[in-house]
Design a protein. Structure first.
Length: 228
């Protein structure tokens, strides 16, 4: 057991930011953000490096302040009706080493008041990868079912995301796997708690979820042609 990496101060800051999502308040409280949120999140990423190398060697993290795995708190408001300037969560991207973007299956850790979770898979994959996953389901339905319904995965994760209203092109409406073929997102979400994330076993809890996602991640990686 180790000392906690994150503290309740992280979630306290995010709750306050939710009430005061403006540049004046954030600039006044930026030292608090650095001390209570950003630096502990970077340290969490650093602590994940070694166990990830064993549990999921094709996934990687970068523990640095800029261009690393901890995502920026600044929102891109250019095309959004919501013009609040800051995210009210901490996002940590654990990416597949075969790809420098988020289009390969990966892991996403969300830290937010009352909404901590770990996501595994692909969210809104581009059309070529979506087609490859659907083809893999069609060609190897038994392998898909084993990955999707593996006990430890389904005990931890719930499948989320949107689906087509009808069958995708080239697949009949009565296909036995039609509900899965209609998926536009292939993402499993495992809930976590603030207590887990601020406790001494936060890294172990995250790695345990990643291990439970192995059959799911393996199927998706095989489908899009990257190792896992």
């Amino acid at each position: 057991m180790t000392d906690p990496i994150l503290s309740a101060k992280l979630f306290k800051f995010l709750r306050a930011l939710r009430r005061n999502n403006n540049r004046e308040w954030f600039n006044e409280n930026k030292p608090r953000y650095e001390q209570d949120v950003r630096q502990p999140a970077i340290e969490l990423v650093r602590r994940l490096e070694k166990p990830l190398a064993s549990a999921a060697p094709m996934l990687g993290v970068i523990a640095k302040g800029h261009g690393g795995s901890v995502m920026r708190i600044y929102r891109d408001t250019r095309f959004s009706k919501d013009k609040t300037p800051y995210k009210v969560n901490v996002g940590i991207s654990i990416r597949h080493q075969a790809d420098s973007n988020i289009h390969s299956p990966g892991i996403y850790l969300n830290l937010a008041p009352g909404d901590c979770f770990l996501g595994a898979g692909l969210w809104q994959p581009p059309s070529n990868q979506l087609a490859a996953i659907r083809a893999a389901i069609d060609e190897s339905p038994k392998d898909w079912i084993r990955a999707r319904d593996q006990k430890r995965f389904r005990e931890s994760f719930t499948l989320v995301g949107s689906s087509l209203k009808t069958a995708p092109r080239d697949y009949p409406k009565d296909h036995p796997m039609i509900e899965d073929l209609r998926r536009k997102d292939f993402m499993g979400v495992a809930p976590l708690t603030e207590e887990q994330m601020t406790g001494p076993d936060a890294v172990a809890a995250i790695i345990d979820k990643i291990k439970n996602a192995k059959p799911w991640m393996t199927f998706l990686c095989d489908a899009v042609g990257v190792p896992y």
